[in-house]
Design a protein around this ligand. Structure first.
Ligand code: SAM
Length: 425
């Protein structure tokens, strides 16, 4: 993945990508941009369909809930606010080469005429037709909105305390002094809050992420937002089931709960775009600590992740992990995926040259809606593992890559996907 986002944080990536990789990446980037850009249009269409269904209900039933129609207007208003945020997110990434096309399929309803604006269908350079944006892409936009609640709202504080809290406490206890010299990496950084918290505690902190949905949103939050509670977000507006009250999914959440620009002077905080395995296998013996949160199970080959973590750490360096083992590719029957149980994982971690010094279970949620009738609680594995051995001289990973390449589907960039609090990454 090439460098993507300029800004306060340095973004780097691997330079040795092929033409074909670059082409695929451009295509993918265009799809992500279009998914964001069409959010409002597609969201409105969904609401219109629901309204039509409701309109067809027998009048005697509808008379029982005279206010129900107001819901459809309120949902559209929430979508409009979300789209304001999305416009900010996209803003820095659209240059004059992108065409903005007025979408003629949108009917000018009252709600729209109150705030007239062009709903863009954004076409990437050299493309006549916008890339297809299907339900899968829209679901990723919806999960990105919910991820803002987890990482950057006061409402998410409870969830963060359970997930990030124990990781940060362990990190602080392990490295009480000289923190400016301690290099900490957080792979799969999502919207960057954990990496930010680590930087805020004085560590030299680097987050790494490869989903363009996450990267664009994190870039906006970390580099452009300078005030607390600047943005009103309606993250649950698409939730139609499991609502106690009609108003629950219509509530707004203010973000961010802190000013992301408030970091100690001279803090060393970077976000790096790219695949964790590709990027960090190349820098052995570099990190004092690697913190993984809801990340290990994003692997197709978890052996490979463990080996790269081992390789990237300095000897004596520490890996702190928290997360479930909801292997992301387990359900995709046509995709290579290895699924180890926790006991097997610990055996592999030890065999690869770590000593597990702490091991516990922590109950955590993931992008949960606190007013929903459904909440999924993960019994997360939390462990601390110290790198005991030097990196092996022969590169086992290369052999794994050979195997990997001949058994996998083409590489996809975005693997996070959450539904009803179930995290598929
Ligand atoms: C379940 S999310 C967790 C995000 C964050 N750590 C948190 O706890 O909120 C997993 C993240 O890892 C990212 N990811 C998955 N595989 C990756 C890889 N190979 N390299 C970098 N990031 C990856 C996904 O895009 C996703 O944002």
């Amino acid at each position: 993945m090439t460098s993507l986002i300029p800004g306060a944080q340095t973004l780097i990536g691997t330079e040795d990508t092929t033409e074909e990789d670059r082409f695929k990446e451009d295509q993918h980037f265009a799809t992500v941009i279009c998914a964001f850009a069409r959010y409002e249009q597609i969201g409105f269409q969904e609401v219109d369909i629901q309204r039509e269904y409701y309109a067809s209900v027998n009048q005697k039933y509808k008379d029982m809930l005279p206010d129900h129609y107001k819901r459809f207007v309120a949902v559209k208003e929430g979508i409009m606010f979300n789209y304001d945020l999305i416009s900010y997110i996209l803003g820095p990434h659209l240059d004059d080469n992108y065409h903005h096309v007025k979408d003629t399929t949108i009917d000018e309803q009252q709600i729209l005429s109150k705030r007239p604006r062009v709903l863009p269908l954004i076409l990437p350079p050299s493309q006549k037709h916008a890339p297809r944006v299907g339900p899968e892409e829209m679901e990723k936009v919806y999960s990105t909105l919910k991820q803002f609640v987890r990482d950057w709202s006061a409402e998410g504080a409870f969830e963060r305390d359970k997930c990030y809290g124990p990781l940060l406490a362990e990190l602080e206890q392990l490295f009480p002094t000289n923190r400016g010299q301690i290099k900490v990496l957080t792979p799969g950084a999502g919207l960057g809050r954990l990496s930010w918290e680590i930087a805020n505690r004085g560590f030299c902190s680097q987050g790494n992420e490869f989903s363009f949905y996450m990267l664009l949103a994190a870039n906006f939050m970390l580099n452009y937002v300078k005030e607390k509670e600047q943005i009103a977000l309606y993250p649950f507006v698409h939730q139609r089931s499991n609502n106690f009250n009609q108003s629950d999914p219509l509530r707004s959440v203010a973000i961010p709960d802190v000013n992301p620009a408030d970091l100690p002077p001279n803090s060393d905080f970077t976000m790096v775009a790219g695949d964790f395995v590709e990027l960090y296998n190349a820098t052995p013996n570099h990190w004092d600590c690697i913190v993984t949160c809801f990340f290990l199970d994003t692997a197709r080959n978890v052996f490979e992740y463990i080996e790269v973590i081992h390789r990237a750490l300095k000897k004596g360096g520490v890996w702190i992990n928290l997360g479930p083992l909801l292997y992301h590719y387990a359900e995709s029957f046509d995709t290579f995926s290895i699924e180890l149980s926790y006991d097997e994982l610990k055996k592999v971690i030890t065999d690869m040259g770590f000593e597990i010094t702490k091991d516990s279970i922590q109950s955590c949620t993931y992008t949960t809606n606190k007013r929903s009738m459904i909440a999924l609680v993960y019994k997360c594995a939390m462990f601390t593992a110290v790198k005991k051995t030097d990196n092996p001289k022969t590169d086992v990973l290369l052999n794994m890559h050979d195997f990997h390449a001949s058994h996998t589907q083409p590489f996809e960039h975005d693997h996070h996907h959450h539904e009803n609090g179930v995290c598929h990454h």
